[in-house]
Design a protein around this ligand. Structure first.
Ligand code: PEP
Ligand code: MN
Length: 360
């Protein structure tokens, strides 16, 4: 990815004074519907008009999209409103049709990103294009797969790239349709700071009343833009009805969101920030030092257990520690979720150290 510096030029060139907004219906349904939503989004923050033409449905029998016919409607959108157009492509035929109809932005859906064969086919079909190509995260939380797709596109000499964070499916029921696992998007952003990062709160939440909060979190985490499904009659949409918002709700969301600056040249701010960060660095080092010491003690326990041939895992003792630490954590304003994660990790490392001693 030598050319990653240039990957985000398409976004810089838009010269926006707000986050990028991609909006439009989950699916193109009729010509009337597509054009009506587009006209309602015309004089807003929206730069790209999205509409799914080929819909990847998890189960057959649901509405699978209007097909190539919808591309003509998107061309009309561009001609009548000036909005740039965007749609999902999932194979070579889709790419060729989208290019023929001069679609400005193509995205690879979450169910396609999981398949290197599909991604490679799309990359080959798009070879050298100057269209914008965005890659949604794969349905499973696998950063390598997400990065792999970007690499395949970059290798095919596609210069205008970006990623869409739409959350990850999980077996457990959560309040999200797809859990955000924000740390994955953050890691990707840290590795490739020049790659535009767009949040898709519609598919993360699955519910329109949660969209604002997730969008705000995304902006707080320095995301470059939002993709929000929009329909004039969300409840009667042919797909993803529960998560679509009306154009006027979208405008309100954009108005209410707090847009954070990436930084400020203010001297006092930067001095204080530097000071606080120095304190954090010192404490992080102290944390490591104390964890190292704790493992040394664990090794001592390992030696003792070895002498007496006692098992490493002592569940009763461990459950007592966990319970105590959750209560103790409360005193320090640390959430139960965090304490459980932290101590499970510490415990695992401790077991690993003891195992080494026992099996020496
Ligand atoms: C969509 O954007 O409508 C879509 C199908 O999204 P995803 O690939 O994230 O499920
Ligand atoms: Mn959708």
């Amino acid at each position: 990815m030598e050319n990653k510096k240039e990957l985000g030029n398409w976004l810089t060139e838009l010269n926006l004074d707000h986050p990028l907004v991609i909006a439009g219906p989950c699916s193109a349904e009729t010509e009337e519907q597509v054009l009506r939503i587009a006209h309602e989004l015309k004089d807003t923050d929206v730069s790209y008009y999205r509409a799914g033409i080929w819909k990847p449905r998890t189960r057959p029998g649901n509405f699978e999209g209007v097909g190539a016919l919808g591309l003509k409607w998107l061309q009309k959108v561009k001609a009548e409103t000036g909005l740039k157009t965007a749609t999902e492509v999932a194979n070579r035929a889709h790419v060729e049709l989208a290019l023929e109809h001069d679609i400005d932005l193509l995205w690879i859906g979450a169910r396609s990103t999981v398949s290197p064969f599909i991604v490679q086919e799309i990359a080959d079909a798009l070879q050298g294009t100057d269209k914008v190509v965005l890659v949604k995260n794969p349905v499973n939380p696998d950063l390598a797969l997400w990065l792999g797709a970007i690499e395949r596109l970059a290798t095919a000499n596609i210069k205008n790239l970006g990623v869409i964070h739409r959350g990850f499916s999980s077996y457990e029921k959560t309040k999200y349709r797809n859990t955000p696992e924000w740390q994955m998007a953050i890691e990707l952003q840290t590795k490739f700071p020049d790659l535009p990062l767009i949040n898709d709160p519609s598919h993360i939440t699955g519910k329109r009343d949660m969209i604002f909060d997730v969008s705000q979190t995304a902006l707080d985490l320095n995301f470059d833009g939002l993709m929000i499904e929009t329909h004039f009659d969300p409840d009667n949409a042919w797909s993803d009805a529960a998560q679509q918002v009306t154009p006027s709700t979208l405008v309100q969301i954009m108005k209410d969101l707090k847009i954070r600056k990436e930084s400020t040249p203010k001297v006092a701010y930067n001095d204080q920030l530097k000071n606080l960060r120095a304190q954090i660095d010192v404490m992080d080092n102290q944390l490591l030092e104390i964890l190292g010491k704790r493992m040394k003690v664990a090794e001592g326990i390992g030696t003792l257990k070895k002498q007496e041939n006692v098992a490493v895992l002592q569940s009763k003792r461990w459950n007592e520690i966990l319970g105590k630490m959750v209560l103790e954590g409360e005193q320090h304003n640390l959430s139960e979720e965090f304490i459980l994660k932290l101590f499970k990790a510490v415990h695992q490392e401790s077991i690993n150290h003891q195992e080494l001693i026992l099996n020496k």
